[in-house]
Design a protein around this ligand. Sequence first.
Ligand code: THU
Length: 130
Amino acid sequence: MDNKTLALKAIEAKKYSLPTYSNFHVGASLLTDEGRIYLGGNIETSSYSLTICAERTAVFKAISEGERKFKSIAVASDAPGFCPPCGACRQVLFDLCGDIDVVLINNKEEIKVLKLSELLPLAFSKKELI
Ligand code: THU
C-alpha cells in the first residue's frame, strides 16, 4: 500500500475520534506487514489526562487482535500543518512497532514521511532493561 492511500485512511479514521473537550480531531491508520490496516481516533474523557491519542488507539487495537509486525503509521488532523505523534505515542510506537515509517498528512493532502527513529532519537527501549 502506498503512503498516500494509508494517509487517506488516517483522514477517514478522524471520523471515529471523540475529542469532546479539545475538539481537536486526530486520526491514525496503522499498516501491518501483511497489509492489514487498523484505524484509531483520539478519545477524551472528563478526567482529561485519561485521554488516549489516535496513534495509541490504533496500535493497542492491533496488538490486542494479535498483530506484532508493522510497516508504517499515518496521522491526520484538521490543523493546517502536519500533526506529528506526541512524545508518549512515539515511545509506545517504538516499543510495540519498532522503527516504522511515520506518514504525516496536512489539510492540503500533502505528505511528509519520517522514520520513527528521527522523531525519537536515542530511544529508550527494552534493550536498556537488565
Ligand atoms: N492527539 C492525538 O490524538 N495525537 C497526536 O499526535 C497529538 C495529540 C490528541 C490528544 C488530544 O485528544 C488532542 O489531540 C489535543 O491534544
